[in-house]
Design a binder for this molecule. Structure first.
Ligand SMILES: CC(C)(COP(=O)(O)OP(=O)(O)OC[C@H]1O[C@@H](n2cnc3c(N)ncnc32)[C@H](O)[C@@H]1OP(=O)(O)O)[C@@H](O)C(=O)NCCC(=O)NCCS
Length: 152
């Protein structure tokens, strides 16, 4: 299992991983077209978790926008290829990306907005910000910003 940044030619495969969650009833072609044109998706950094060289799970990392403070990062669009789910890959990519952000990018805090049952992210050490679907994991010295980052 290996974590790396995604390459350009993997993006369609990555978008497909989340089609069941974010397809909104569109055809696959229309959905992919929307993803390719998304300025939000273009503004982040996509990571993939690979097994035997094949991407099995993906997510996007944002910084410097969505009211994220300096040194704070946002994780979004966490998805595992449907046929590869329930094998720990979704958990593992969140865990490894958060670790990379803290250890290699000096993250003060990592945020995410949960669209799913909260236990998934709580098990990964993220704490819910009261009254929101926003979760955060922070470096021990960092006091959380008072405002919650906007949805990403
Ligand atoms: C959520 C997701 C990334 C989990 O990936 P995964 O590789 O299956 O994750 P893991 O194997 O580490 O963990 C599986 C556990 O995730 C939890 N989980 C998965 N989907 C969930 C949901 N919709 N609500 C609550 N918990 C969920 C369950 O506890 C599941 O355990 P189970 O397999 O025993 O049912 C995957 O289901 C997915 O891609 N879903 C579509 C996109 C999406 O909704 N992403 C989340 C955005 S916040």
């Amino acid at each position: 299992m290996y974590l790396r940044k995604a390459s350009e030619n993997e993006l369609d495969w990555i978008y497909r991983m989340g089609f069941d969650a974010w397809g909104n009833g569109l055809s696959m072609d229309a959905y992919l077209e929307g993803c390719r044109k998304s300025t939000k998706y273009q503004s982040g950094t996509w990571y993939v978790l690979t097994v035997d060289g094949q991407p099995v799970a993906s997510l996007i990392v944002y910084s410097g926008q969505f009211a994220l403070q300096d040194g704070c990062f946002g994780i979004g669009s966490v998805a595992t290829a449907p046929e590869m789910r329930s094998q720990g890959y979704g958990s593992q990519i969140v865990r490894l990306v958060a670790q990379t952000l803290f250890e290699q990018h000096g993250a003060k805090a990592v945020y995410l907005h949960s669209d799913i049952g909260h236990a998934f992210y709580q098990k990964l050490g993220f704490s819910q910000i009261q009254g929101t679907n926003c979760f955060c994991k922070s470096a021990h010295f960092f006091h959380l910003q008072s405002s919650v980052p906007s949805y990403f």
